[in-house]
Design a protein around this ligand. Sequence first.
Ligand code: ADP
Ligand code: MG
Length: 688
Amino acid sequence: MLSDEVQYLPGVGPRRAALLARLGVRTVRDLVEYFPARHEKQEARHIENLEEGMTATVAGKIVAVSRRFTRRGPAISATLMDNTGRASLTWFHAGWMADRIERGAQVRATGKVSVFQNLAQMVNPKIEVIGEDVTPVDESAPARFVPVYPAIAELPSRVIAKLIGDNLGRLLDQVEEWYPPAYLRERKLCGRRWAVQSMHRPAKDNDVASARRRLAYDELLCMQIAVSLARRRLRAGVEAHALPCNAEIDRRIRRRFGFALTAAQDRAIRAITTDMARPRPMNRLLQGDVGCGKTVVALYAALVAVANGRQAAIMAPTELLACQHHRSITQYLANSRVRVVLLVGRMSASERREALERIEAGEADLVVGTHALIQESVRFARLGLVVVDEQHRFGVRQRATIRGKGPSPHYLIMTATPIPRTLAMTVFGDLDVTTIDELPPGRSPIVTRVVPPAQHASAWAAVQTRLALGEQAYVVYPLVDESDKVEMKAAKTEFERIRNQVFSKWKVGLVHGRMNTDDREAAMRDFAAGKLQVLVSTTVIEVGIDVPAATCMVIEHAERFGLSQLHQLRGRVGRGRGRGYCFLLAASDGAAENERLAVLARTTDGFRIAEEDLRLRGPGELLGTRQHGLPELRVADLVADGDLLRMAQRDAESIVHEDSRLAAPEHAALRRVLAEKYEPAIGFLSAG
Ligand code: ADP
Ligand code: MG
């Protein structure tokens, strides 16, 4: 059985089972699905047809042998001749070869072809000595594909290949087909059994690509079904108040903004108002670059709720951001009847009590505060909408759960980390995603420069010029681990250097992750108020903080950051009228090392940058955590297989729509695999 432990497979046993476990292989199915990283193609060739870089088998007669000693030990060189030419064969550390290689021997040699002194050469080829005269190789014979498995020293690829090769034939019988023939035909997918076989033992060049496509589809479909089931369960039977918008409400809200909304903002608003008009809770993610106008859209949604007689809560991750939202919202709503209440930790006990009373009595329409406070201590009288701002740590997605009986509020989640569409579809399978992909008119893009070490001084000088004009600057010094003493010391030393040498004429503040929240917020408040001209930060400066006079950012060791992270960081500057400058100080002069950073100098499109990040560093890095909750994908690639992912998502939706318990006979195979692989995510499959 494929679900059996691999230990009982012929040729495995307890010792190898332990080694296989290190490769993530525990069951027989794991082994059958342990696919090669690549294949080495071996072609039979006449010597004159050898090409550099290929792996080939040649056959002929040894016509010369020489032995010598090199730094790498004893070496043997031989000249091999067939009817078409001569090739040189060389073995290093190969004392034991000595008596097998002699003049006149007829051999077949297989190895990678290089060129040495104008002669085709194989280094350390595998060799087979043949007694009688060799027949010339048959160049028309099909190439052999030798699988190369991801391996460890104790369990090399060769051993894995043999283990799989010896068992594959028998095990393939147990590999089930998941879909009916018509389903496969429509999607141009090959059979699953053939695909598994061809991943290990392809018969011809294109087999691996077809096999990979099929297996990638299967992985993505399973993942999307799991996501889709989780989403259904989350939403099943949950009701919300329908909060419709109309032309009159729309007109009154728009009058509050002193500008016309961008087309992208309008699109987002249409999606949101459509959601809110339904008696089911909205679960929508609103993403867009810093400054694209998300807050305005959120305020629009909040005012729709208020117009329907409901309360809205806007939650920010920090007090500073909550205060900032409160300030700008109060400005937009000046002279309106909407009652706005702020709820942050630094309020006095009596202020807080009063705020809470007004919220509970329904005398507050719009509540702005920090996540923690709103979730902990508030009972809303008529909550209709919750906006969660800058929820940028997706990995641990602590969705706001606000106490209350009866219908659930609508949720709008905002983030400035653009997530490529393909990834959003999986990570946020339970959210609908809206993207604002346009900045309000009249913004000048931030000037970004990648600065090699020799030019660091001139970057600092450029910042000093801006400071002399009354502008402000951020300096970001990355710490991998703020609890690491050595790292912390380096950061402190750098802070002293910046304060005393680079910016001795100005007031410089420091914030780092180990300061307590009050001190950190105090330093940032001083910076926002202009009491400090330079703010050095070892930690990511709170996303979303708005200091109009801050025009410059210097990021030290920029190469340590992900591109999306750098893009977010630079979004802190140039928020006022002045143009923003971002200097990425690179530790290296190498053009190749700095090429990745150069993407930031070329584009300000957060999505292009996120896609580049995803391509270079994988989804875990982009999401800022390895525990992003995505199941491991062995074959599929979220970046390269975008089309396949979209197809799988459509198919998963319709499968779940038609048969949410996968009870139909044609879903039996899928159901078994899902139960085995995704059980924790979809516990209720087995209950049904
Ligand atoms: P985000 O929350 O996406 O970072 P905000 O909503 O805070 O962006 O908007 C950034 C700035 O742009 C604010 O000062 C806001 O008033 C302004 N703004 C937003 N939308 C528009 C628009 N359509 N036209 C002009 N300015 C806008
Ligand atoms: Mg914002």
